[in-house]
Design a protein around this ligand. Structure first.
Ligand code: C2E
Ligand code: CA
Ligand code: CA
Length: 549
């Protein structure tokens, strides 16, 4: 399935969201869990503290009751009132000692008279049956209180504990206001006191953390409730820090998710791959001309990168990367296929037309090129016998033995092998001979020096002699002037390529040129009668050279 650039970007973004969002969600989940655990521990400890506080106050009050009972305080005599007043000072936490009748009515208090009438909301015994105690919830205008008294049918002594003292007002964090709602109630459910904010507890979506603990002895129950959204300062800091860290993490992942496709777009090799897929590498054709007949006898295929905006890049700007990245193999195959289509008809009609392709050193490292060439040309209108493959002397071949085998396998297919840029490399003549090539291409450097530099001239003469003796053809490259054409012809060279005739041309221009140069006078053959080979790339015999000069 083809995935376009837009959907690729979309996939990258979705992946980015998942990659960044996954850990963020997990982290938040973990943080919520941590906060829940902390909240639970926090209010559990507050509840424990409250119940201990309540029990301690009740024990204190019971001790006071015991002491006063021991002293025989059971009525409102001045001595008894004085005893109760002193007990009030000794037993802190008890708001009032008083004498009450069996119905709970206060007859007198440690202040002398009963100041207020108190409503009794509930009366019950304590859970622990060994403790003889009535626990009453009473209410007066100051608030609810717990009244403890020894049970009995007669008037008895009682102690009042303000409800406020039965429940803590500080959080277990110490000093902080309790950020939970607390409630203390007797075992029948009568509420003695409440504490903490109630107003913030209205959010129905909030998770309530509830902690309940009962005093086994006195039957009091403390319940603490805290919404999960109410955080302690420490939790707020953790959450802030966590969110900051996750925010940075997510931002970094998002950036990566966006940057990766951007980087890939800017990666030159990826860009080459894309261009290859998009068919942006196209063949240009530079004509090869027989300078004794003026006939166009072939061409060299030179790759160009035609970008979508119409710009055309020369091979120097992309071939080195194509070679180092290995993409050159596929690029060469693609180029060859394009040529079989573009030149197919003209090649079919002109069996002597020769088409040269440039190969890289990599092509000689394995046999794959042999298969490639066979597959591409075997049944194509461009025959294997019309194909010339050029191996440059500029880059030395790593394994000469292997290269030799590739060369001969290619020759077995019927293609010709040329050595390119002769003289520009450092391989030496023996190397060329060992490779067993069919054609040598003389580098522009020697063509330029021809006539002005005697050693270059000597080298060309040596090459021509060598070629003649070894049955090798010659092409001169980079020929720019008519003087060079004449000089080359004087040296017996026939096949010439250069700006003097034409630069590398786009396909349609080359095809038109080919057609335009075809109207030669009847009777003149394609090739000079004593040309060395059937392609007109040869050299002239010394006899012809003499007459040409
Ligand atoms: P090359 O194989 O030596 O190709 C000849 C180069 O000389 C071409 O350059 C051509 O345009 C240029 N040239 C031709 N006549 C003249 C002239 O009269 N004067 C001057 N100054 N230059 C002339 P181009 O097309 O830029 O190619 C450069 C090199 O890139 C080629 O050198 C070849 O080594 C490489 N190349 C081109 N196409 C391919 C390819 O398909 N595969 C591989 N592996 N290499 C390629
Ligand atoms: Ca070449
Ligand atoms: Ca060359």
């Amino acid at each position: 399935m083809f995935v376009g650039p837009v959907s690729k970007k979309l996939i990258a973004v979705v992946a980015g969201v998942l990659i960044a969002g996954g850990p963020t969600l997990l982290f938040n989940y973990w943080l919520d869990d941590l906060i829940l655990e902390q909240t639970r521990e926090d209010i559990d400890s507050t509840t424990r503290r409250s119940i201990t506080m309540a029990e301690n106050h009740m024990i204190t009050a019971m001790n006071g009751l015991d002491e006063l009972t021991k002293r025989g305080v059971d009525s409102c005599t001045p001595d008894n009132i004085e005893a109760m007043r002193r007990a009030n000072l000794d037993y802190s936490g008890v708001a009032e000692f008083s004498i009450v009748d069996p119905n709970g009515r206060t007859l007198c208090s440690d202040l002398g008279v009963a100041l207020r009438h108190r409503i009794v909301l509930s009366t019950e015994g304590v859970v622990d049956s060994s403790i003889l105690l009535d626990v009453m919830v009473v209410d007066d205008k100051a608030g609810r209180m717990l009244r403890l008294r020894r049970p009995g049918a007669t008037n008895s002594i009682a102690a009042l504990i303000p409800g406020d003292l039965l429940i803590t007002k500080v959080s277990s964090q110490g000093g902080l206001l309790l950020n939970a709602h607390g409630r203390v109630a007797t075992s029948d459910g009568t509420v003695v006191a409440t504490v903490g904010p109630v107003s913030e507890f209205g959010d129905p979506f909030d998770t309530m953390v509830v902690s309940t603990l009962s005093s086994h002895r006195f039957g009091l129950t403390v319940t603490m409730t805290r919404p999960l959204s109410v955080l302690t300062r420490g939790q707020e800091e953790i959450r802030f820090l966590g969110n900051t860290v996750m925010g940075v993490f997510a931002a970094a992942l998002f950036a990566i998710a966006f940057l990766v496709p951007w980087r890939q777009r800017n990666n030159p090799v990826t860009e080459l791959e894309r261009a290859l897929k998009a068919g942006e590498f196209v063949p240009f054709y530079q004509p090869v001309v027989n300078i004794t007949t003026g006939q166009l006898i072939g061409c060299e295929v030179l790759m160009r990168w035609r970008k979508s905006d119409g710009t055309i890049l020369p091979p120097a700007s992309f071939i080195p990367l194509a070679e180092s990245s290995g993409l050159i193999m596929e690029m060469t195959r693609s180029l060859m296929r394009k040529v079989t289509h573009e030149l197919g008809p003209v090649c079919q009609a002109r069996p002597n037309l020769r088409v040269g392709f440039n190969l890289a050193a990599e092509h000689f490292g394995s046999n794959s090129i042999v298969e490639d060439v066979r597959k591409i040309f075997e049944h194509s209108p461009v025959r294997l016998s019309q194909v010339m493959l050029e191996v440059t002397e500029r880059q030395p071949l790593d394994n000469l033995g292997q290269a030799r085998r590739v060369v001969s396998a290619l020759q077995d297919l019927g293609v010709k092998i040329a050595i390119d840029d002769i003289g520009a490399g450092h391989s030496g003549l023996s190397y060329i001979l060992k490779l067993g090539v069919d054609i040598i291409k003389i580098d522009k450097m020697f063509v330029d020096a021809l006539g002005t530099d005697s050693s270059s001239t000597a080298i060309i003469e040596t090459l021509v002699d060598l070629a003649r003796n070894m049955d090798i053809e010659i092409i001169a490259e980079g020929v720019e002037t008519f003087e060079q054409v004449i000089a080359l012809r004087e040296h017996g060279i026939q096949a010439v390529q250069g700006y003097v005739f034409a630069p590398p041309l786009p396909g349609p221009s080359f095809l038109r040129l080919l057609e335009a140069t075809e109207h030669q006078p009847k009777g003149e053959s394609d090739q000079p009668d004593d040309a060395h080979s059937g392609f007109g790339f040869g050299y002239l015999s010394s006899r012809r050279r003499a007459s040409a000069a």
